[in-house]
Write a protein that binds this ligand. Structure first.
Ligand SMILES: Cc1cc2nc3c(=O)[nH]c(=O)nc-3n(C[C@H](O)[C@H](O)[C@H](O)COP(=O)(O)O)c2cc1C
Length: 234
């Protein structure tokens, strides 16, 4: 980033930049892959993916996540059919001829998970807003009522789950596996939850098909320049 020219590297910074490229290469290697070889995912790989997820940080270390890993081909086929049926219901309400090409692409993007040898269904449960609770308690004391920003609307449980999913995804990449993070299938979230036997406390946030790539994803979609999304202060 731009500031590196004005700040001479310290010993710690030099050490950091020596260690960084290997890990950045893993991040660069990750692409969204939508076609997989049929080779099954061994239990030992699943253990590594779950360890990666469990190492993620979470608010108060509550780990408010649940991962359902589906390898059962019949179940995956039923999940895919459910999403496609729901998609077709929605599509039927759109006048024929409108958005046809886009809709066909979305239908594939929402349902291709059914072809992967493993699908990780990542779920979270709502947590009470701990900061709001502390503020409320302070307001019940003898002093003046306290008002403060809280995490309402910030969804720490979803933030924690997202970090766990990213740990899992990058570990998969590091093992030579391909993934895609998908939320499209959630047009049938309720039915998918029933198919995988999810209790009502849990919400599906994302589904991540995992497998060995059988796809050339083409060039990486352009990313924003650093200046477009980052500000360096100081
Ligand atoms: C929250 C989220 C939801 C996504 N949902 C879908 C999806 O439903 N189907 C799909 O094919 N790709 C989905 N993607 C993948 C994006 O399209 C992809 O990450 C983006 O185009 C950048 O491409 P890259 O991952 O190859 O760098 C999703 C990604 C994220 C982070």
């Amino acid at each position: 980033m731009a500031s590196s020219a004005s700040t001479p590297p310290t010993e710690a910074a030099s050490e950091t930049s020596e260690r960084a490229p290997g890990f950045l290469d893993v991040l660069r290697a990750r692409r969204s892959i939508r076609s997989f070889r049929s080779d099954p995912i061994p239990d030992a790989v699943i253990d590594q993916l779950l360890e990666a997820a469990s190492l993620a940080p979470s608010a108060c270390n509550r780990q408010p996540w649940r991962f359902v890993l589906v390898r059962d081909r019949d179940l995956l086929a039923r999940m895919g059919e459910t999403v496609k049926a729901r998609f077709d219901e929605i599509r039927a309400a759109i006048p024929a001829g409108e958005l046809d090409d886009e809709l066909e692409m979305f239908r594939v993007f929402f349902s291709f998970f059914e072809t992967a040898p493993l699908v990780v269904v990542a779920c979270y449960r709502e947590l009470p807003d701990l900061l709001a609770r502390i503020v409320k308690r302070a307001s019940r004391g003898d002093g003046a009522p306290v008002s403060a920003d809280t995490t309402t609307g910030i969804h720490p449980e979803l933030q924690g789950l997202s970090l766990a999913v990213m740990s899992l995804v990058l570990t998969a990449t590091n093992l030579g596996l391909a993934t895609t993070v998908t939320t499209g299938p959630l047009i049938a979230k309720k039915q998918l939850g029933e198919l995988i036997g999810l209790s009502r406390h849990w919400q599906i946030a994302t589904m991540v098909p995992v497998g060995w790539s059988d796809d050339d994803p083409g060039p990486r979609p352009k990313r924003k320049d650093f200046e477009q999304f980052a500000t360096i202060i100081g």
